[in-house]
Design a binder for this molecule. Sequence first.
Ligand SMILES: [Zn+2]
Length: 133
Amino acid sequence: MIEETVRKLIESARAARESAYAPYSRFSVGAALMADDGDVYQGSNVENLSFGLTVCAERVALFSAVAAGKRDFTGLALVTDTPEPVTPCGACRQVLHEFAPDLWVVSANLRGQHKLFTLRELLPYSFDTDLSK
Ligand SMILES: [Zn+2]
């Protein structure tokens, strides 16, 4: 994956983070998901007073892209204000796997650090019934 693409996605995720709705945790997260045609979809976390209804930035980005008709994705960037970059939660990993098991994931923080992973690294034993068999 091209370094320029990584930088572009990190910048998009950083901008998306500004729209986070996180009045309870004050933990703002931004995500940017690239479709196979190069289009980028942003997401930020959206919390709710009923905490279990909160949706992570990664899933907001994915659902926005799916609602726009996209089904195949190549990369995702995630930006947080943490000492070290953080990776997507387990729920997001599984939901991303549904559409893009070969996705690459770049986790970045506001300090300019980033780490690159593959989704298969992050979710080695995904739930996958392979109903096509
Ligand atoms: Zn998540």
